[in-house]
Design a protein around this ligand. Structure first.
Ligand SMILES: C[S@@+](CC[C@H](N)C(=O)[O-])C[C@H]1O[C@@H](n2cnc3c(N)ncnc32)[C@H](O)[C@@H]1O
Length: 380
């Protein structure tokens, strides 16, 4: 976990693979992540998937080891409504997993002199990395939470890094600092905000984790801006906290399936060949793309799907025999099964064969080529 030759251990493979060009060693050495962390942190223990509480005052060596480790570290729970040392319910600000951050920065391809918008500035660490790479006064970070932003400003100043942090919805970008050469976001978005496109100069690059309503397991997309529109491919799966402006209001089960004896009329039981594991990973991403406006939850081997457009639903029981019931105008599980067949017919494409285009006409995902849309364009 400890840094070697100024480069943290987790970064060494990135340099060996040539992902990070010369110059990034100095950047990482100038602004190590620990400079941007508070004394009380909640690192994710990858061994058991749980968040630990680490207090610098009580365990300085442990704090330093976690601060330099390749794990995400939560720095705020529950929109600041959380007190005490125990982990809260919902992580609302964090220092992202360092190797993932650096992969995104490599995708962004930032050079000295670039003007950069860092959306979701959080602790200020990514803003600092970008500012040391691009140069003093060239980077603006946008952060939703005023307290988080104030702490980031303080840490940037203490590290002698000259970058601006503004408070606001990152979806609005920051017009006063535009045009940008690069826009990076480190929270998950359901659609690319039009402001990022209009505030980026032609040829500029946007890198952001994009996701669907169906699953938090989204993918990083890299878009190039031309003629007032942006287009590009997904690169790799990534799960980030969602935008505070796009939080899901969870549908009420009884609005879909009223209480009563048995299933509502017209909901015959059918069997399915799909398995619970199909609702995670790559196919979950495909469901999100091709069966739009649907959310799902899994409890005790039962998956419930709800349409956000009307009151259609499906219940799928994966224990023993795989059977399902569905109701409403849309036949949601039939749509999922059709999506699975389509995905197989296309050769089970992974993220890299999918892409996204966005512009004045709306946003659309595609397979292989922008001429082959797989999802309806969402109007701006
Ligand atoms: C995962 S943290 C990223 C922190 C830092 N950039 C990093 O990579 O270590 C995401 C940050 O985005 C902020 N955020 C979430 N939604 C936002 C929005 N709509 N506008 C601006 N900031 C937002 C959160 O408050 C949080 O601090």
């Amino acid at each position: 976990m400890s840094p070697a030759n100024g480069v943290p251990e987790w970064a060494a493979p990135l340099f060996r693979r040539g992902r990070l060009p010369t110059g990034w060693e100095q950047v990482l050495g100038a602004v190590p992540r620990h400079l941007f962390l508070p004394d009380l942190i909640w690192p994710l223990d990858a061994g058991n998937g749980l968040y630990l509480t680490v207090d610098r005052a009580q365990d300085p060596a442990g704090w330093t080891a976690w601060a330099d480790a390749d794990v995400p570290i939560v720095t705020q729970w529950d929109d600041c409504g959380h007190t005490g040392p125990e982990p809260g319910s919902l992580p609302t600000s964090s220092a992202s997993e360092p190797s993932l951050v650096m992969e995104m920065l490599a995708d962004l391809d930032v050079h000295p002199g670039h003007r950069v918008l860092d959306v979701g500035a959080g602790t200020g660490w990514t803003t600092a990395l970008l500012a040391v790479r691009a140069g003093a006064g060239t980077v603006v970070g946008v952060e939703w939470d005023a307290e988080v932003a104030a702490a980031a400003r303080g840490r940037l100043a203490a590290a002698n890094v000259h970058a601006r942090i503004v408070v606001g919805d990152g979806g609005d970008g920051f017009a006063a600092g535009s045009p940008y050469d690069r826009v990076q976001c480190t929270y998950g978005v359901l659609r690319i905000p039009p402001a990022w496109v209009t505030q980026t100069r032609p040829g500029g690059v946007i890198v952001a984790p994009w996701r669907t309503r169906f699953t938090h397991q989204g993918a990083v997309v890299e878009l190039v801006v031309e003629d007032g529109a942006a287009s590009g491919r997904f690169i790799r799966p990534a799960e980030f906290m969602q935008s505070r402006a796009e939080r899901q209001v969870w549908p009420s089960h009884t609005d879909y399936v009223p209480h009563g004896d048995g299933w509502p009329e017209g909901t015959a039981e059918s069997s399915t060949e799909l398995r619970l594991r199909d609702l995670t990973g790559m196919f979950a991403f495909v469901i999100g793309l091709t069966v739009p406006g649907v959310v799902h939850t899994v409890e005790n081997d039962t998956a419930w799907l709800y349409s956000l457009r009307g009151r259609s639903w499906a219940a799928v029981f994966f224990e023993d025999a795989e059977v399902y019931h569905q109701g409403g105008d849309r036949r949601l599980w039939d749509e999922v099964q059709a999506a699975h067949e389509w995905w197989h017919q296309q050769g089970r494409p992974d993220h890299a064969r999918f892409g996204l285009s966005t512009g004045p006409g709306g946003e659309a995902a595609w397979l292989d080529d922008p001429g082959q849309p797989v999802a309806e364009a969402s109007t701006p």
